[in-house]
Design a protein around this ligand. Sequence first.
Ligand code: 1CP
Length: 350
Amino acid sequence: MSAGAPLKGLLAAFGSATIPERPPFWFLRQAGRYLPEYQRLRREAPDFLSFCYEPALCVEAALQPLRRFRMDAAILFSDILVIPDALGQRVAFVEGHGPRLEPLRDADAIAALDLDRLDAHLEPVYAAVAGTAAALPPQTALIGFAGAPWTLALYMIEGHGGTAGERARAMAWRAPETFAVLIGRLVEAIARFVCRQIDHGVEVVQLFDSWAGLLPESQFRTWVIGPTAAVVRRIKDHAPDVPVIGFPRGAGAAYAAYARETGVDAVGLDAGVPAVWARAALKPLATVQGNLDNLLAQAGGDALEDETLRILSALGPERFIFNLGHGVLPDTPPEHIARIAETIMAWKPA
Ligand code: 1CP
């Protein structure tokens, strides 16, 4: 950082030199449908994927929550499924149903995924990164992201969310060589995608492994830890100072191996991870981020403030980023998010 540059609270969570007065915060899925201004903006594109390829709309969507809640970071507005789309798989977002992909069912479909299309196809995303970076106040960090290989593979094989990933898990056991080709191609695509995001102004990268918790231990090592470590190495070769946050949702006790072996700088905790355990077992290995239950953020009430304070005391203030355990749900009242932000801002360590 150059002399006199303003200190970005989010980046301070990755150093150990200074103990911040309060932890930095942002919220998974902080942009999006719970905000009426997003719902209005969303009507300017015919479908969600078209929205994701309109840089001006993505910049505006990323900035909207900051105007209300003054988080320490903006997250690029995009989606993890732009990668399968860029590789040539058919992807659509059906209103009210979420994503629908033409599922990959065999080695031929996997072989047809085309890495040569990637960079040109994702140009609008890089334009959105540059536009968002240019619009942010100096104290606000820009987070870029991608889906992790296993979670992308799951959507690409299943064709949609809302499953327990049976087809993807079955392919991983029955045809590991074929599955490894898919994962290898995804490692390459994800590494290129996030390195280009960094070139355009991203300062922190988050890898979403939303379905990591579906795998038993040996498969978790093979398809979550190994490929994530490969992506992290590529990021570090390209930009050694850009922190990487890994979010292996549902990993349970395997969070410790993930924090130790992937090379990530921080781990995102889901709401099921006990904070006191995370403090003892994970904080020596990595910065931690999390983990207020997104259903409590939606429900509100006195428990919202009590739980926010409990998490702050258990995990803060240093090497900690306050967040939810999973994304803000569409029918969350924005006032509840404001209440969490106010509680964090007013908090002082004991
Ligand atoms: O019509 C709409 O507005 C679509 C709703 C929507 C939005 C606002 C989708 C569809 N994606 C997004 C944006 C998005 N997705 C962001 C940027 C916004 C922000 O974070 O502020 C990010 C980071 C994502 C990441 C994402 N997409 C994940 C990982 C995080 C997680 O929630 O676990 C996943 C799994 C997706 C896939 C996806 N995209 C959209 C939906 C509804 C889903 C989930 C599908 C499912 O499993 O059912």
